[in-house]
Each structure stands twice: as C-alpha cells, then as structure tokens.
Design a binder for this molecule. Structure first.
Ligand SMILES: NC(=O)c1ccc[n+]([C@@H]2O[C@H](COP(=O)([O-])OP(=O)(O)OC[C@H]3O[C@@H](n4cnc5c(N)ncnc54)[C@H](OP(=O)(O)O)[C@@H]3O)[C@@H](O)[C@H]2O)c1
Length: 287
C-alpha cells in the first residue's frame, strides 16, 4: 500500500522544502494544501482517516508546516479534534522547521559535551531559540537566558514557556553589543538564533567572555550570526571554544526531519511535536 502524506501548510503555497524532504523519506505521494487554518482543516483530515481502515491507517500520515508557528500549532490542535478515537493517523508538526532545527542545534552543542549545571545564552527569541532553550533545560542546564531586543517581549516569552512546559527561563535584553557582551561574560554556551543574515554576537563579545566552551549559530545567510564563526564549523576549536555553524547543524536537521517523517508510518497514533521530535533527534544522534 502506498505511503501517503497529507501536507497541510498555513502559508498560501505549501512549502517545496518540506515536500522534497518527505519524498526523500520514502513517502510515495504527497497531497498538499496551502492556506490551511484551524477552521478549514477538518474535511482534509477526514479525507485521510476515512479512506483506509484498521491496520492500513498507518500508511497515511499528516505533516503540518508554515511560517506562522502559532497558526500551525492551532491547526495541530484542530487536527487532533477531527480524529475519532482510534480512527486517526500519525501527525508531524514542524512549522518553519522550528522543531527539527532546535533539536539539531542542541544535539550538536551536546556532542561530547555535558551541559549539566552550565549557563547558556540564546540570542534570538523566535521559535527556534525558544525550543532550544526548552531542550537545554531538560538536558540539565542550570540556567538558560533567552534574549530579545525588547525586555517586555522576553517577559511574555518566559510566561508562555512556564505555562506551556513548566520551565523557567531567564530574561535577557540584547539591545546592543555591550549588553550581549555582558550576558556572555560568565556563560558556558552561546547560541545565535537570530534572523537570517544578521550578526547578533560580535567577536569581541565572545572573546571577552571568561567561561565560553561551545558556540553555535543557526543562520546560514551571510553575515553569520556570530562574528568569526565559519558556516562549515563542526566542532572546530578556536581560543579553546568549540564552534558549530549552520551547515553542520542543517545537515543534522535534515537527518532528524527525515527520521521523523519515516517514523510516522510505524503506527497511526503518533503526534510528533517539539518534545517527540527531540527524542527522535537523540535516537538519530546515537546511530
Ligand atoms: N536550517 C534550517 O532548516 C532552519 C530552519 C528554521 C530556522 N532556521 C534559522 O534559525 C534562525 C532562527 O529562526 P526563527 O524562526 O526562530 O527566527 P526569527 O523568529 O525570524 O527571529 C528570531 C528573533 O531574532 C530577533 N531579531 C529580529 N531581527 C533582529 C535584528 N535585526 N537584530 C537582532 N535580533 C533580531 C527577534 O527577536 P526580538 O524582536 O524580540 O529581538 C526574533 O524573534 C534563523 O536564522 C533561521 O534562518 C534555519
């Protein structure tokens, strides 16, 4: 029986990237729709769950993507509601690549590195930065600071993360090079999760730090998110610090994304979100 993937995208045009990865993960056919909202998704879900019964349901699955992460999460909740008890299919939620990318950053940082008791600074409070913070706290980091250029936004994110995951993040303001430098002074790990093409950590900021051991940057578009880091760095050492660039992280992200898609077809009852995608990343890391 063919492996079908219903690709639901909250953007008007479904992502070519997500479909290409699905084909590379042994999906036979993709049924893609853009402009998906929580209000129009139900008939599409019913189209998947009512066409194949019993054990055959595991050959159908749903991927939810889109650049608006919260809109995609609302679609995810509506998809769950559209199921009828055991009449369901497995679902992967990876809006804007946020779950797979954050999982990849953290697995790279943790390559031969124990973050237990360490202080982490993440510059960039978007979906990727927030998820990376969650995973690092779960891995035992003593403190994770997420920075925004606006402290009120940092506060709102801290509240959201406490409500959603029960974790405590520390607020940081990154309005200037000096403020980033001050935050990095006694940090052990620095992660740049700012927008593409923006340098958010200067060379002087990381050079002036006393304790930095690992630095990672997820921005693949020049200039790099961290001055002095190379996009190809994959554990390269400089000044006693280990560096990971966007290509090394991106290559691992692709493995996680493919692994997650493949695992959808193992059963019809999985919901792969940030937490379960991180578990898949840990398995991929051990292979
Ligand atoms: N390789 C992949 O497959 C992949 C997938 C997803 C994402 N990514 C990369 O991961 C990074 C983070 O993604 P994301 O979606 O979480 O990012 P995002 O939401 O676009 O941006 C992260 C944060 O950066 C801050 N910011 C915006 N403009 C800034 C500026 N000019 N200077 C300093 N800070 C600025 C914003 O926070 P404040 O306004 O609160 O300061 C924003 O929340 C991006 O570089 C993206 O390209 C890669």
């Amino acid at each position: 029986m063919k492996k079908l993937l219903l690709h639901l995208d909250t953007d008007p045009i479904p992502s070519a990237f997500d479909q290409a990865v699905a084909y590379d993960s042994n999906v036979d056919n993709i049924i893609a729709y853009g402009g998906i909202t929580r209000d129009n998704v139900t008939p599409h879900v019913h189209g998947m769950i009512f066409t194949r019964g019993g054990k055959n349901l595991k050959n159908s699955a749903i991927f939810i993507g889109g650049s608006n992460v919260s809109a995609s999460e609302m679609v995810g909740r509506a998809v769950k509601k559209a199921f009828f008890g055991p009449v369901k299919v497995s679902v992967m939620l990876d809006p804007n690549g946020s779950n797979t990318t954050a999982a990849a950053i953290v697995r790279k940082v943790l390559t031969n590195y124990d973050v237990t008791g360490k202080k982490v600074v993440i510059v960039g409070a978007g979906p990727v930065g927030q998820r990376a913070a969650l995973f690092l706290l779960k891995e035992g980091a003593a403190e994770v600071i997420i920075t925004s250029r606006d402290i009120t936004r940092s506060k709102a994110i801290a509240h959201q993360m406490k409500d959603a995951y029960g974790v405590d993040i520390t607020l940081g303001e990154a309005r200037s090079d000096e403020s980033v430098s001050a935050l990095l002074k006694d940090a052990h790990v620095a992660i740049a999760a700012g927008p593409a093409g923006v340098c958010v950590i200067s060379e002087s900021a990381w050079m002036n730090s006393n304790n930095l051991e690992v630095i990672a940057d997820v921005n693949a578009v020049p200039p790099q998110g961290i001055e002095g880091l190379e996009v190809m760095d994959n554990g390269t050492e400089r000044e006693g610090i280990r560096f990971y660039g966007a290509i090394a992280i991106g290559n691992f992200k692709m493995k996680v994304h493919r692994g997650a898609i493949e695992s959808l077809y193992e059963s019809n009852d999985q919901f792969l979100d940030e937490t379960t995608i991180y578990d898949i990343a840990c398995k991929v890391d051990k292979q």
